[in-house]
Design a protein around this ligand. Structure first.
Ligand code: PEP
Ligand code: MN
Length: 273
């Protein structure tokens, strides 16, 4: 195996933090980047409504799934390319960039035509051909942690992307599977400072998937910020009980708005540089 000190992603190769620059925001420069939006894009009206609200709240990046990796083949699978057109319209309306998931090479090719950031989801973290293609795409990649992956496996997945010449990588801790089942996953807060020790790429946290419970998203968001996260990815829906995907973990817009000041205050209070 290649020694750690030769790896592109390794902190020992590059001491300074890598900043992923999206033009309107910079992830990893010491600021706190908030990414928010519904789990899945459901309609144009929904996305425009949410994007306007999110913009007002100071959210930097919109999220929304168009190609959804659902556990059941009978669950809503996303709007596909139509969803990307909707996200593009919401982005044009607000000036905010957006992130969306690609689940295979076909959806990656389509997503690259629209999105500012490509998400590789937990289930695909070790889809090595998809990682290589995302690397070749040169788009910023938000790489979620596989729910049963070690930090080393996660960093190696990032190395696949970097080895293709793409150094615009954002790690996203989204919880791992443990024996505990009160929460959907177990949010591994320690992964945040650990990845920052091991790699120079920014790390954001996703307490929505990390907990699966709306009531726990606020506390785990604060914990993630205190642990040094460069940003948060939060699911928000205008009417969570009716959401087509991940309603129980989606915040109401008013809850997100109420949460943001405490995150900013904590970020200011913690010397996490
Ligand atoms: C998502 O972000 O909606 C998602 C499916 O995330 P994960 O891959 O972490 O489950
Ligand atoms: Mn989701």
């Amino acid at each position: 195996m290649i020694p750690v000190n030769k790896m592109i992603t390794s902190r020992s190769t590059k001491k300074d933090n890598t900043v992923v620059d999206l033009g309107s925001c910079r992830i990893g420069d010491g600021s706190l980047t908030i990414i928010a939006g519904p789990c899945a894009v459901e309609s144009l009206d929904q996305m425009i409504y949410l994007a306007r609200l999110l913009k007002k709240m100071g959210v930097a990046i919109i999220r929304g799934g168009a190609f959804k990796p659902r556990t059941s083949p009978y669950s809503f699978q996303g709007l596909g390319e139509e969803g990307l057109k909707i996200l593009s319209a919401a982005s044009a309306e607000t000036g905010l960039p957006f992130v969306t998931e690609a689940t295979d090479s076909r959806s990656l090719e389509i997503a690259c035509r629209y999105a500012d950031v490509i998400q590789i989801g937990s289930r695909n973290m070790q889809n090595f051909s998809l990682l290589r293609e995302a690397g070749k795409s040169k788009k910023p990649v938000l790489l979620k942690r596989g729910f049963s992956s070690t930090l080393e496996e996660w960093i190696m997945a990032a190395e696949y992307i970097a080895s293709e010449g793409n150094q615009k990588i954002i790690f996203c801790e989204r919880g791992i599977r443990t024996f505990e089942n009160y929460t959907r996953n177990t949010m591994d807060i320690s992964a945040i400072p650990a990845i920052k020790e091991l790699s120079h790429f920014p790390v954001v946290a996703d307490p929505s998937h990390g907990t699966g419970r709306r009531s726990l998203v606020g506390p785990l968001s604060r914990a993630s910020v205190a642990a040094g996260a460069d940003g948060l990815m939060l699911e928000v829906h205008e009417n969570p009980p009716e959401a087509l995907s991940d309603g129980p973990q989606s915040l109401y817009p008013a809850e997100l708005e109420a949460l943001l000041p405490s995150l900013k205050a904590l970020h200011g209070a913690c010397d996490v540089a």
